[in-house]
Design a protein around this ligand. Sequence first.
Ligand SMILES: N[C@@H](CCC(=O)N[C@@H](CS)C(=O)NCC(=O)O)C(=O)O
Length: 142
Amino acid sequence: MSQPYRIFGAELSPYSVKVRSYFRYKGLRYHWIIRSAAVQEDYNKYAKLPIIPLVVTPQDQGIQDSTPIIEHLESLYPEPSIHPADPAAPHPRKSLPPLNIVNRVGSDDVFAPQTQAFAERLETLSPEGLIIQAAPCGCSCR
Ligand SMILES: N[C@@H](CCC(=O)N[C@@H](CS)C(=O)NCC(=O)O)C(=O)O
């Protein structure tokens, strides 16, 4: 069996959580590594930009920028699709207005949820196509 992916990220980084949501949704094996001084040397081996998330593939390649990361993985693992079966389905934000939920990966429609814990819970549920991002994270998101 191949090595799991590695995700260098942080709990309060919305882009990191977005990518981790994707891995959970796809059922892909990964190790979640909190970026810290202790792992900086390893992080530096793969990161071209000083940002998280950083995904390291089983082939030992670093990938950055959450949307390209997800697009790359989606080309490798098309099922289950992240795209709703019915493109005309009502946008989930309409039914959950207090939260900031996007139903397509790569949207920049991201804004503060009521609480991080609630977002985490919903993220765990991860219904089809839902990617939940929590912001602001306190770090410098680009
Ligand atoms: N476009 C990037 C943005 C990534 C980004 O802004 N990451 C922030 C954390 S949310 C970051 O690493 N900022 C620099 C830092 O915290 O040192 C993506 O989608 O992955």
